[in-house]
Each structure stands twice: as structure tokens, then as C-alpha cells.
Design a protein around this ligand. Structure first.
Ligand SMILES: NC(=O)c1ccc[n+]([C@@H]2O[C@H](COP(=O)([O-])OP(=O)(O)OC[C@H]3O[C@@H](n4cnc5c(N)ncnc54)[C@H](O)[C@@H]3O)[C@@H](O)[C@H]2O)c1
Ligand SMILES: [Fe+2]
Length: 434
């Protein structure tokens, strides 16, 4: 096994890691197989979740045609809210409960796939919304049984929601993003067709690229699984089990592909660039689905939850929102400077995989080299300069810190302990990235 030194046994630490493998098909034209795949999963009447913009694009027509050819009855639900909230999850659940469906198809970005997962859950096992939501915000109840089959067909490439048992949404009342995590939420199949990315707006491509990078780099630099206490029962081993030799393989390759294709993929993508980025997104999904993210994602939930009036180009203008990839990456330079000393060689190897010039640097520069290179990539691809550009100032640091400090699952997966003061310092350092 590679990198033994990172996985040295510790006294109370886990000795075992598990490998969760999503079922995926990948390739140009793969969406044409949707109908037959739905039939193979026993579906005869499906709800097709999408959002108003994706509903206008060609992939939806191709998906419906494929379902109809296979004799699968399809009813489209085009109302998914981008950056979903508890309000939109409730609306999606109502649609699922009333339609008499025996399966689900999601066609869209992470917003669509996550709404579909949650609607499948709450229509199959009705409960108060907080029942399955992560603690401490929710009660984190175990999902009682299998859900109806779900085929996820991404039309973006960042979230890898098709690979994971995670659904993320905003709780409006608490102004915080939160989520549900259960292996039962994982779609039965993901159909990744790079042709579905052709109409993805430039700004969304940039945000997606940094989401991919963050999934991969946070998983790669996560606390090793051997330094998390061994669970008392195997069923208690968390999905975010920490860095491990399996997720490492996927993550380093995902970082390499982002380094090779992101700038062109934002500025003037060829089909080869889009295909490589979609593949990278899938690899990063496999990585973080088996390791878990850490601080930049934990901080991002506060950044997107507390948004006041940011209306980014490229997204619907209906409500203020901070796109997920942007809410993550603005925190990352400060975080990697902070986590660098915990595993500096890993930070340097991530920088190298990203294509940065690491000649003449020493491993102890790892966090700094990675942060600097990341900032240049953010500048080249038009990412806003830090929290300040998203509408936050020093007066918001307490509220941001409080909300992020509640993200225990992600904080514990960080390679070094994080105090509340550390977290506040990281938000302060993220007001301006350059
Ligand atoms: N479940 C997970 O594991 C996971 C992981 C990371 C992020 N997320 C969540 O996913 C959401 C973000 O998802 P996303 O980045 O995929 O974006 P998105 O689904 O929010 O979509 C962004 C915008 O792009 C548009 N769009 C999507 N595909 C398009 C296409 N092919 N052509 C034209 N327009 C298109 C959408 O209509 C929308 O306006 C956030 O809520 C985030 O928290 C979930
Ligand atoms: Fe993400």
C-alpha cells in the first residue's frame, strides 16, 4: 500500500477502512441508455426531477425520449430550486408523495440530484424534516429501509452527488446549510454523459471545477483513518472515515485532471476538456465519498447559509445565493496554510498534481505553495476575491464562526484540531484572498 507513513497505526485508532463503490456509467451518449436502465431497475412510472433552466435544454428531451422508448411512464417535475432550501425539499416531497411513482430520475446539477434524494427519502419514510438531518442541527436518525430506485443524470460536473449518499440544503430558519448523510441516499446508478455539459454556463464551470478540486484535495489532506477512534460497532464507522489508500488514488488523479483542464474548461472548452472534468468530478466524488471533506466545506455552509444580497452572474437571479463551489474555494487558501504543517508533504504533492512549479521548494512550504497556486487559478478563472466580494465584512465573523463550528463531522475530519478561535481566524483571513 502506498504512503504507509501517513497511515501508521495509533493506539485507539481504526485499523479498518471500508470501500463504497458507486454504480456509474460514463461516456458521450450514455444518456440514451436511461430508459433501459430504468426498466432494469424495475421502474414503470418515474418522477423526473429537474430545474427550470435545465428543463429547457436538450438533455431533458433526450432523457424523456429514452424513457418513452423503453415504455417507462415519465412525469417531469421542473420546479427544483437552485441551491435548495427546506421549502423546496418539502415541495419536492409533496410531488413525490402524490404521484404514485415507483422510481426517480434526476437530471441536473447537485441542486436537482440532492432535492430528488431528499424527496425520495421523505416520501418513502415520512418524518419531520429534522429527523434525518445531521446532528447537532437535526436528529440524525438512521434511514429505516431502502428507498425507491433513483438514477442520477448530472448536467454539471462539480458535486458528484450521483456518487454519494449525501443531500445538502439550506435551512431557512437557521440560515445554515445542512445535510443528510446515509448510504441509502446513494443513487442506484449515475449516468455521466459529457454531452450534457455543453450548455453549462462559464461561471458554473468555474465554480464546479473548484468544487471538484476541493473534494479531492480535502479528502487527500483529511485526517488519516488510523487517527480516528475505532468504532465500537462496524455500523458506526462514519462515511467520512478519513483519508485512506483507496480514496488517495482517486483524489490525486482528480487534482491532476483539474490542473490540466480547468483553465481551458472555463475559458473555451473542447469536448475533451468537458469530458476530462466530468471524469475528474466522478473520481473526486469517489474520493470524498470514501474519505470525507474537511474545513473549506464546513466553512462553506456558513458562507452560503448567511448570504444577504449576492447575485452571481450565471445563476438564476430569483434569490440571493453563493454558489457552492465559490463558497468553498474562498476559504481554501487560508485553510491550506493552516493545515499545511499537519501533513506538509501531502500539500506539496497536491500542488505538484495541480501542475504548479514545486522545484526548489521544501515539503514544509507545502501549504503556502498550494495556497499561492490556488489563488492564481482563482484569479485566472474569475472567482470573486474572498468573503468581502460576497458581501461579508468583519462584523459577520462571529455569525460565520458559530455556524461553521456546528459542522462537527467536517471539523473532526481536519488533519489538525480546530478551535473556535482558529476558525474565526480562518474566516478573517478569507475576507480577501489576495
Ligand atoms: N450531494 C453532494 O454530495 C453534494 C456535494 C457538493 C455540493 N452539493 C450541492 O450541490 C449544489 C450545487 O450543485 P451544482 O454546482 O451542480 O449546480 P446547480 O445544480 O446549483 O446548478 C447551477 C446552475 O447551473 C444550471 N445548469 C446546470 N446544468 C446545466 C446545463 N447543462 N446547461 C445549462 N445550465 C445548467 C442550473 O440551472 C443552475 O442555474 C449545492 O446545493 C451544493 O451544496 C452536493
Ligand atoms: Fe462540494
Amino acid at each position: 500500500m502506498s504512503d504507509r507513513s501517513y497511515y501508521l497505526p495509533t493506539e485507539h485508532g481504526d485499523r479498518v477502512f471500508s470501500v463504497e463503490a458507486p454504480r456509474i456509467k460514463f461516456g458521450r451518449g450514455a444518456l440514451a441508455e436511461l430508459g433501459q436502465d430504468a426498466r432494469a431497475l424495475g421502474m414503470a412510472r418515474v418522477a423526473v426531477y429537474t430545474d427550470p433552466r435545465v428543463a429547457e435544454q436538450e438533455p431533458l428531451a433526450r432523457a424523456i425520449a429514452s424513457l418513452q422508448q423503453a415504455g417507462v411512464d415519465a412525469v417531469v417535475y421542473p420546479e427544483v430550486e437552485v441551491e435548495p432550501t427546506d421549502r423546496s425539499i418539502r415541495a419536492g416531497t409533496r410531488f413525490a408523495s402524490e404521484g404514485g411513482f415507483d422510481g426517480f430520475v434526476s437530471l441536473g446539477g447537485g441542486s436537482v440530484m440532492d432535492t430528488c434524494k431528499a424527496s425520495n427519502l421523505y416520501s418513502s419514510f415520512p418524518a419531520d424534516l429534522l429527523e434525518y438531518v445531521n446532528a447537532p442541527i437535526g436528529r440524525a436518525a438512521l434511514v429505516p429501509g431502502p428507498l425507491k430506485p433513483h438514477i442520477a443524470c448530472p448536467t454539471s460536473f462539480g458535486t458528484a452527488s450521483e456518487c454519494t449518499g449525501i443531500a445538502v440544503f439550506d435551512l431557512l430558519e437557521l440560515q445554515a446549510k445542512t445535510g443528510i448523510v446515509s448510504p441509502r441516499l446513494r443513487p442506484n446508478l449515475g449516468i455521466l454523459d459529457p454531452l450534457s455539459l455543453q450548455t453549462l454556463p462559464r461561471e458554473v464551470r468555474a465554480a464546479n471545477g473548484f468544487d471538484v478540486f476541493s473534494h479531492a484535495c480535502e479528502s487527500w489532506t483529511a485526517r488519516p483513518f488510523t487517527r480516528r477512534d475505532a468504532p465500537e460497532a462496524p455500523s458506526e464507522r462514519p462515511l467520512g472515515q478519513g483519508a485512506n489508500p483507496y480514496s488517495d488514488l482517486a483524489c490525486l488523479e482528480a487534482i491532476r485532471l483539474v490542473g490540466a483542464h480547468l483553465v481551458r474548461g472555463v475559458q473555451d472548452p473542447s469536448m475533451d476538456d468537458l469530458e476530462a472534468l466530468m471524469f475528474a468530478g466522478m473520481l473526486a466524488g469517489i474520493g470524498f465519498g470514501n474519505a470525507g471533506c474537511h474545513l473549506p466545506h464546513g466553512m462553506s455552509y456558513a458562507v452560503s447559509g448567511l448570504v444577504r444580497d449576492f447575485h452571481p452572474a450565471g445563476w438564476p437571479s430569483g434569490h440571493a445565493l453563493v454558489p457552492h463551489g465559490i463558497s468553498v474555494i474562498v476559504n481554501s487558501p487560508a485553510v491550506f496554510r493552516f493545515t499545511g504543517p499537519a501533513c506538509d508533504e501531502r500539500h506539496l504533492r497536491a500542488a505538484d498534481a495541480l501542475g504548479l512549479d514545486v522545484r526548489g521548494t521544501s515539503p514544509s512550504d507545502g501549504g503556502e505553495v498550494l495556497a499561492e497556486g490556488l489563488i492564481r487559478l482563482m484569479q485566472t478563472t474569475g472567482i470573486p476575491n474572498g468573503l468581502n466580494a460576497l458581501g461579508y465584512g468583519p462584523a459577520d465573523l462571529d455569525a460565520l464562526t458559530d455556524r461553521a463550528f456546528a459542522q462537527k463531522r467536517l471539523l473532526e475530519n481536519t488533519p489538525r484540531p480546530v478551535t473556535r478561535e482558529d476558525l474565526q481566524g480562518l474566516f478573517r483571513a478569507s475576507l480577501y484572498c489576495w
